[in-house]
Design a protein around this ligand. Sequence first.
Ligand SMILES: [Zn+2]
Length: 353
Amino acid sequence: MKTIIRVTLLLGSLSFLAPRAQGQYFGRNPVQYENFHFKILKTQHFDVYFYDKEAPAAAEAARMAERWYARISTVLRHQLSGRQPLILYSDHPDFEQTNVLGEQPGEGTGGVTESLKRRIILPMGASLAETDHVIGHELTHAFQYDITGVGRGSVAGGLNRVPLWFIEGMAEYMSLGPVDPNTTMWMRDAVRRGELPRFRDLESYKYFPYRWGQSFWAYLGGTYGDDIVGALLRAAGRTGNVQASLETMTHRPVDSLIADWHRALTEAAQPVAVATGVTLGLLLGRGTVLHRHVPRQRGERTHDPQARVRDAGSTPREHAVHQLHRCLERRRQPLRLRRRGDRQAGAAHRQRR
Ligand SMILES: [Zn+2]
């Protein structure tokens, strides 16, 4: 039987994931050079496994876990079947000796949830905030498994086929919420470069699923309400087809949703771009991205006849583009080149002009 292991990476590399065979091979068990004498702290919903030297932190973690349970069960409208195991290690070297997984977690792994027994295993983070985030993230995976039946061997097919951005982005959205400075920075940078993903691009290795997934889920939750999170999980968990589930639920083609999301990202990036005088990649029409920058000399005007024709239109996206043009024109200050990528983009633009 295969077990899915969801891993939270806090260091941002992109190795990992996907279903892994649980087979063990001689000589590949993790080295255990310490004996852990686990005790169990029972809370309303959790069996928290801990050992003596982490006892005070485990009590804190148990409180956090119950808080997350209340939030996630409310948003997803679901109560977990049975008690939820939460296995705590006091630090990362201890965590790397775990024998729960059948393999050694990597140094960048912040926590793991396995589907067979729905066990969450994690080391205490460097701060309470970090531990809190990882518990929220991993507990979301536990709900994903329980709601879709993964690990119980019945209807596991759907969730195994949905992309990473769907699974990990949801866990990030549930544990970090819609406003996160780190994700915002990623999105703003992508808007500036004009490199926003189409729907199918979200599955590409070029788009880190945690950040892009969180952003798209935040757009969906902000637009349709957070009930869409559980509803979409149930639908896509049955069929494995996120696009079909999304279109059925929102009554909109997915390209239209993506275009609106891009517009929202662009609008969010606009004030910072104006304040700092950086270039933005403007969205013109469906899926068309045009790099523009602030006019280089006083009195020089940007001129894009097609954009001006479009300005006469009245769709929200075109209105946003028009507003952005006006905003940039008002700045009338030299383009600031800060990094190599900026200089290349600037050179490419000058050639086009
Ligand atoms: Zn995860």
